[in-house]
Design a protein around this ligand. Structure first.
Ligand code: MN
Length: 256
């Protein structure tokens, strides 16, 4: 198995290297990741300036490592288009230090990078863990290695990629593994206003994740101390609401 590893926290972060050190025991790993923090940039790609790639001294033995002056999606596009090309069997984004649940996947750079792998036709997954005291990154790393072995033997369905979230606790304290769907909850962003004497400025502040009663969702699974695996697809066109548009279109081309 040849694995491309990326993330949105930056190439130097502990989450990425905990994962790489676990994966390099069972696979050939290449790291191509942003050279700095790029959390919450979502699916952004850089089209308005050139991108630099810096080959780094391997941080782990035999792991070719590249730092990209761009977004997580840029990193995956450069990796698959130039650095590793088709010599990849799986794209993994993470381990993100912070959960990516519910509506938050739309702004997640971690999920954005996995999406880019999927759009290029590769099996892909995003892996995130909850922040907290005594970060158990090893739990998410070990789980990912087990997932990789399963994907190597069973393969993923072609029409999905995976969003995996792991509680911040030791592996033997995990409740269960749950296949979920995205909750319609997210961190609600609020605006805080400040002033430094000269000018006024604003912070977008994320609040506590809202609770859910829906047991099939990723938010619920994590609240129970379970691992959440959500299959994601790119089918954004809505089937359910199109019938409700029946009155919208007639007459649009005529003056009303
Ligand atoms: Mn991040």
């Amino acid at each position: 198995m040849r694995i491309l590893v990326t993330n949105d926290d930056g190439v130097f972060t502990e989450g990425l290297w905990t994962l790489v050190n676990e994966l390099r025991n069972i696979s050939q790993v290449t790291v191509v990741a942003p050279d700095r923090e790029q959390s919450a940039v979502g699916t952004a790609v850089t089209l308005w300036r050139p991108l630099r790639i810096r080959e780094m001294k391997p941080i782990a033995p035999e792991v070719a490592t590249y730092a990209v002056e761009g977004t997580p999606s840029d990193s995956v596009i450069l990796a698959l288009g130039k650095l590793v090309k088709n010599r990849v069997d799986l794209v993994i984004s993470g381990i993100n230090q912070g959960l990516n649940l519910g509506d938050d996947v739309h702004i997640s750079g971690t999920v954005g990078a996995a999406l880019q792998g999927y759009l290029h036709g590769f099996p892909a997954l995003a892996i995130s863990t909850a922040r907290g005291n005594g970060l158990h990154l090893d739990t998410a790393a070990k789980l990912t290695a087990r997932l990789v072995k399963k994907i190597a033997s069973d393969s993923l369905p072609k029409d999905i990629f995976l969003n995996v979230n792991v509680p911040n606790r030791p592996l033997d304290e995990i409740g269960m593994v749950q296949v979920t769907r995205l909750a319609r909850e997210s961190h609600i962003n609020t605006v805080e206003e400040s002033e430094n004497g000269k000018s006024r400025y604003y912070w977008l502040v994320r609040q506590q994740l809202s609770k859910t009663k829906d047991r099939k969702t990723d938010v619920w699974a994590i609240e129970q101390g379970n691992i959440s695996i959500t299959p994601l697809s790119t089918e954004l066109s809505s089937k359910s609401s199109s019938s409700g548009l029946g009155n919208l279109c007639p007459g649009l081309l005529q003056e009303l």
